[in-house]
Design a protein. Sequence first.
Length: 360
Amino acid sequence: MTVADPIDAGIPCMLMRGGTSKGAYFLASDVPIDPAERDDLLLRIMGSPDPTQIDGLGGAHPLTSKVAIVSTSTADGVDVDYLFLQIAVDRPVVADAQTCGNLLAGVGPFAVERALVAAGEGSTTVRIRLLNTGDIATAVFPSAAGRVEYDGGTRIDGVPGTAAGVEIELAAAPGKRLLPTGSPADALGGHRATLIDAGMPVVLLDAAELGVAGDESPAELEARSDLAAEVEELRLRAGPLMGLGDVAAQTVPKMILLSPPRSGGAIGTRAFIPARVHTSIGALMAASVAAAVRIPHTVAHGLAAAPSDADVTDVEHPGGTLPARVRVTRDADGAWHAASLSLRTARKIFDGRVFPRPRL
Ligand code: NQM
């Protein structure tokens, strides 16, 4: 179906916070099928390209310039499909090479809000296929009397107050490699790096090798243009090694600088996503870091304090700590695998029709 330019009528849209991110959620049937038409519409809805996104929904930061597109799934045993799109803030670019574990927290509730899935009594379980990566998530969240319960007592660092917990179990797509190069550490532009993907492809580097202590604020790191240039050069080298091809226009891999823990956790992180520095850390990024902490000979293993619990790795970030629950296993061929369980929260902010600005 081709959707007419909806400047006059608007299109149905729900704005939600998912974890430590915020984005616009749409039913796939409400946006154009053609990717070029769809992306043009989404850029105008979010107000990109413009550093302030003043004429759209975007919040002038990658963490608040995100879109989730949801539809009933045709896959066996799956309820809904979720396509994530990162809308660049100051460039006319829509990137689809990554998923987002934070917006993922809102997908199950959104599916109930839009009647794709019936709310359970007490809780609702939604099986979600992540179209960007092929991974499958199972989300469980409280619901009652046919409605999602958003209020609750779960606190996540980076979000004020508390809300209802959304538990998300992530299983990797069949055949996907946790260590894409097959090695726990590789040489990358004169550095030792771990290339790992437990739901989010990341490159792990020892912060000290890049002159970073690990307790700098995101703003301090962003102000160092020499550092940003070196990190980007390493990212462009890592993309093909991770099977991602040329990543110049993509937002993965994420570049994570690791340091020994400072606040009683397992490891310190500063994540380039990839141009801005994350104010906390993505849930799937943290899962990738936690998996690496548990695999010998990775950059993370060497820097981490021993995780205190069998499954939980406390990943420190600029806004606090994210307890990442990840289990790694090794198969008979020596290949490593990871399954993760994240605890996030989500909140419906508004539901209505959004009016895209006209083409520039
Ligand atoms: O890793 C930011 C976020 C993310 C990713 C980004 C994410 C995750 O914090 O699970 O959610 O992709 O740049 O929302």
